[in-house]
Design a protein around this ligand. Structure first.
Ligand code: URP
Ligand code: ZN
Ligand code: ZN
Ligand code: ZN
Length: 474
């Protein structure tokens, strides 16, 4: 008898490229065997998981989540590493990539140390970090970034908007050059900040302060122009970029055009651009604030465009951009007395737990994408691009046994009461889904099964990464 720790029997295994009926043998937290019938006559394991009727996919990887990131004074993100990663495993994820935000005047290394301190011992899934560069000093770009990339922090995010975070074109060029030299992959938040500030001033002068004006003051041309410019800046340096949280067709066309010129441009979209619209910000009271994120959700035509981007390959990545706030904080704590304006609503919505079920249901169950594309968009491509592959992102001998069992027939209604994040609402309240993650296995250990937590915090580990273009070929 070959001793194994766990055998997953009878499931349909789906990777980004293949679908097969096979059993999986796990030992020491890794997949050691994939075979047609790892039956009890030949193989022995203390744990046998029956996956009959279920789909077995590589654990989901969400490469865009915000956890414990400080925002405006007095406003805190609703998830720390404990609640954020707990929500993640209930949503079919086994790895998340939050950000280490560099405060102005802070070194990149100090930022990394601070986030590690928060994450250490508190995670339910594996975690790896991107760096947000807000202060591209010669020290940060010349010394800290190359050293950090070598240490496993293989990606950075740059902002073209948000006071205190945005970089000038000149600083973006300097930072992209340093990214190229050090091998970091740069993610870019592309919105034209001057257009937004100009439109906001006009809206407020007209008394247009309701949450719905968040959308009208961050229009598609602001995203299109900045996307064009980000790609042009990357073209000058000759380094790849990821355009994150793309909301509309014009920005998609910029990605297509950049690729047609020979630039390496990756695209990411998120659930909010598939199932929400700007109308959601036009709810009674100040409830529209629950849908405020940037770029804003657009309309049904742009939803269709984003689906097309997922189907045709404009988008390589599907991420949640989980950035949760409590409703009380959504109302804008730092606003001047008596003023209640969309301007003071912190940008971002919760979504780490509902992200994959929404794509599974609206994408796979409704026949827009197949299961292999689902796996590519929610796991494999994240692992490849950000340097975790093939340890993560696939089902293969030698890979971590990060596996999620989905019941394709299970129908649910999304309810805040059933979720595990730290926010006090979900923008998807009442949304019906077909297909649900019923078991999450992290490095061979079941951490969630049938809606119950099966692990203690601390089971999740930090994972360093190899810069994507240096990652070993599979
Ligand atoms: O509104 C958003 N997306 N908030 C999160 C921060 C970001 O820009 O990704
Ligand atoms: Zn962003
Ligand atoms: Zn253009
Ligand atoms: Zn984000």
């Amino acid at each position: 008898m070959t001793p194994l720790d766990t055998i997953i029997r009878g499931g349909t295994i789906v990777t980004a490229s293949d679908t097969s009926r096979a059993d999986i043998g796990i030992k020491g937290g890794r997949i050691v065997m994939i075979g047609e019938d790892l039956g009890p006559d030949l193989y022995d394991a203390p744990e046998v998981i029956d996956a009959t009727g279920l789909i077995v996919v590589p654990g989901g990887i969400d490469s865009h989540v915000h956890i414990s990131q400080p925002g405006e004074p007095g406003v805190v993100i609703a998830d720390d590493f404990e609640s954020g990663t707990r929500a993640a495993i209930f949503g079919g994820l086994t790895t998340v990539l939050p950000f280490c935000l560099q405060a102005k005047g802070q070194s990149l290394r100090e930022a990394v140390t601070w986030y590690h301190g928060l994450a250490e011992g508190n995670c339910y899934c594996d975690v790896s970090f991107h760096l947000i560069v807000t202060d591209p000093t010669p020290q940060a770009l010349g010394q800290d970034l190359p050293a950090l990339v070598a240490d496993g922090y293989a990606s950075i995010k740059l902002f073209m908007t948000y006071e205190g975070m945005k970089l000038s074109d000149r600083d973006i060029l300097r930072t992209l050059e340093a990214a190229k030299t050090s091998g970091a992959l740069a993610m870019v938040h592309a919105e034209n900040d001057d257009m937004i500030e100009f439109l906001r001033d006009g809206a407020e002068a007209r008394g247009e302060t309701a949450p719905k004006y968040h959308a009208t003051t961050r229009p598609i041309p602001a995203e299109r122009e900045a996307t064009h410019r980000a790609i042009a800046l990357a073209e000058v340096i000759g380094t790849p970029i990821v355009v994150v949280h793309v909301s509309n067709r014009d920005a998609m066309e910029e990605i297509r055009a950049g690729r047609a010129r020979g630039s390496v441009v990756y695209g990411e979209t998120c659930p909010q651009y598939l199932v929400l619209t700007a109308d959601d910000m036009d709810r009674t009271g100040f409830d529209g604030a629950k849908y405020v994120c940037s770029p804003p959700p657009r309309d049904t035509a742009q939803q269709a465009a984003c689906w097309e981007g997922l189907m045709t390959g404009v988008f390589d990545l599907y991420s949640s951009d989980h950035c949760p706030y409590r409703f009380e904080d959504e109302q804008g704590k730092k606003r001047p007395a008596g003023v209640k304006s969309f301007r003071y609503v912190p940008n971002g919505i919760p979504g780490v737990e509902t992200s994959l079920p929404i794509l599974f249901s609206e994408g796979v169950s409704k026949g827009r994408i197949d299961l292999n594309r689902f796996v590519a968009l929610t796991s494999t491509n994240h692992a490849k691009l950000y340097g975790l592959y093939p340890q993560k992102g696939t089902i293969a001998v030698g890979s971590d046994a990060d596996l999620v069992l989905w019941d394709p027939a299970e129908t649910r209604t999304i309810r805040q009461d059933d979720l595990h994040h730290g926010a006090d609402y979900t923008p998807y309240e009442g949304f019906q889904v077909t297909g649900w993650p019923v078991r999450t296995i992290l490095r061979g250990k079941t951490v969630m099964a049938d809606g119950a937590l099966r692990a203690d915090k601390g089971v999740g580990r930090y994972q360093g990464r190899t810069p994507h273009h240096r990652a070993a070929a599979p």
